[in-house]
Design a binder for this molecule. Sequence first.
Ligand code: EZ4
Ligand code: CO
Length: 402
Amino acid sequence: MKIIRADVIVTCPGRNFVTLKVETDEGIHGIGDATLNGRELAVASYLKDHVCPLLIGRDASRIEDTWQFLYKGAYWRRGPVTMTAIAAVDMALWDILGKAANMPLYKLLGGASREGVMVYGHATGRDIPEALDRYAEHIEEGYKAIRIQCGVPDMRSVYGVSKGEGMYEPATKGSVEEQSWSSEKYLDFVPKLFEAVRDKFGFDTHLLHDVHHRLTPIEAARLGKSVEPYRLFWMEDPTPAENQAGFRLIREHTVTPIAVGEVFNSIWDCKQLIEEQLIDYIRATLTHAGGITHLKRIADFASLYQVRTGCHGPSDLSPVCMGAALHFDLWVPNFGVQEYMGFPDEALDVFPHAWSFDRGMMHPGEAPGHGVDIDEKLAAKYPYDPAYLPVARLEDGTLWNW
Ligand code: EZ4
Ligand code: CO
């Protein structure tokens, strides 16, 4: 089965997505997600100008060899743009293989390890009462795991909190939004938020929180220690992870579990964090970390150290990634949880999908491949609309980690 075409589709049904479509001489096609929020066209060009021509004539079933060819063959290894492009090819080829075998992807991977995939939703509010209302709604919808984010008094804007009504979307059109940040105000406030959740709802739901890279290691250690009574499922990205050894400092002080890795693109980004058991959950995701082929490698390595998966699943990864991730999650033995932010309605129409949601649990469905397709005619109605992620500055104007 030979690849005869590979096309990149850029569309904006509610937000921007980049999709790779690979076609074979047997009439089977597969698709992969290539979305890199705020830098979409760099990946589109990497694929169109450099990768797609190399795919023509290749055997579509040689997935591992194609991965190695694109990784080693570029000479310039790793990086989010390269690894997202490779991921899109990989996802599309697994989709094709599933369709050729008439099997859902999770069966090709080794079959289901569980009945369904526990996902966590986002409860966000401008203040504690609003955040608690959103938390209550998630409990009513059946969520077993809920992430909570909340505005901090006297701080202009906070990561994860929508400005108006409706879904949280970090990217803004036209220009870069400047947010402000004070670690002192946040650290004084956020334990009160978790206390309010546990006081009101008890300990029956898994409680998650995203620090979004804002603290220094010693501040993160203080946070983890101060919130131990509220038994978080995880605190996410407590500090930037370029310096993996920095997490030793956090580990010396707290038993609050740690999740890291949504910005990672390779097993090398995770290596020290995993082998020194400095984290509990690895958040690397299919689209940004080299697809099924590479995420399998990361998960197997993590399993040696009892680190479990917690794949990134924001609305800026397309429904294609969501579908493929659910197959991965249903199979992966060391599964932890899957993030699920939901999608704009227009995006769900552009990407017909086999996956389903029922009371906080998701299932990838039984369609062959990863079960997600693209309606190209509909996609063409939503042209690319450039948007940027925000930046954060300290109150004196210093550029900080967003
Ligand atoms: O800010 O995907 O845990 N989820 C997150 C996300 C990221 C966005 C950036 O594009 O941190 O909401
Ligand atoms: Co995050």
